[in-house]
Write a protein that binds this ligand. Sequence first.
Ligand code: SF4
Length: 497
Amino acid sequence: MRLERAVAAAPPVRDFYFTPSRTSALGLEGVNRELKRRGISCRSFNFPRLNPRGSSIPLPDEYSYLKPFIVEGERGPLSFFTGRKIFGPPFHDAAGKIAEENPDIIFLSLFAWTYADDVLELAKHLRKRLGYSVPIILGGAGASVLPRYFIQRELFDLVMTGETETSLRDLLDHLDKDLPLENFQEKNELTDEPAPLFSFTRDSKGNQFLTLALSRGCPKMCRFCSNFLTQGRRFRLVDLPSLEKEWEQIPYDKGKPIHINLEDDNLLYHKEYFRDFLSQCKTRFPAATFSADNGLDYTLLDEEFTAYLIGRGFRDFSFSLGSADPAVLKEEKRPADPEKLERLLGYLERKGIPVTTFFIAGLPGDTAESVLRTLLYLHELPTRSGISLFYPVPGLPRFEDPALFLSKPPALCSGSSAYPWSGSLSTEELVTAFRLSRFSNFLKSTAAGDEEKQLRDIILETGTLQTFVGKNKNITPLPDLNREMCEHFIKEISIGS
Ligand code: SF4
């Protein structure tokens, strides 16, 4: 099968929210680059990026458990999600755009299991338009965790699992030899020389953004992390000279600012490499600023290295804490060093550098009390509180049974679904923790106007969480939250202030 024209696409997705960093589609960019390297013309569609604010869609039945917690027209600093949206065009339009390219082959990239039904929906529309004459290949971390879910639908000619870079090269070699696609056997090997995964974008003002993944695999065993399911446990780093070569293709404008976000949360395991990388950036992008939005492991940082990172262009920090509860952290095999965290936060406060410290609520072994302890602990420290609600993907320790995921919609496997996956916290407790985390940040924010001050005073006086609703910002109580959690949190912070 001689390939001349290909399409690589990330499907439109349905969710309550979608952050710009999620639209980086690093895997899709990698497929696109590999095809082009081989002289195959490739049109790439990153559909969520075509409609990043999303269009409202009805709440599907599987979310009926969330209805009591959704406040229509809610806005402002305490907000939970207000409704379901589709990010990207409708599925039939997306399929139409792909079909118009008249491709010989289509690659669909699924970066997260939670969007499994979105990629299936796109594939169904593609089959309606194109029949089975054009092969459709599915890959990505979301497909790797439970390939059976996709194979049994008979919509794809091949479902690639694990790291696709080696498999994709093997597949293209196989097709180059004119061998039938159905005879292709995926070896599923981890590459020893990972290629840099990156995505370069520009906003309407010309500000430039580079999102980058420099490593694969992780030897650490954090039980809540699904990284190993696709990339294994062997830590591998992109070779820096090859990164320099790739960057020659980036249409970078020296006259405009560039911000580089590192997707890896474990680069601190190899500090010398991290230094070499930042030195390389200094030469190529002299005024770049940096972030590591997935959260740096603060236990591997000290003041000296933090100062070095600031000097190189880090303007804010995200730390990953996991939890502040020692028993939960032990169970999750996640290291903790509260004294170090407090020291670093104090140091960064003195430097005027903002920090968000992320933790997960709803881990197995959590309780409403342990989550409250974490919230109160972070409230006392000079950091924003970054709450993530726990969700599993197929194959995660304690969630190995595929039957669990074949009987529930994949869309429930996301933080925004506040689904009580581990059974440790109910949806009511998860949503309450989410709003309390926002309330904590609201209290620390310095940019409060009169309406915000009024909202804050009412909450503190009544001991109940309230929120803004509608354009007039009417202050409205939130009746369906966990009362004990709200009262306890508000009482404790009032005593402490
Ligand atoms: S959370 Fe980070 S450190 Fe832990 S296993 Fe995953 S990648 Fe490694």
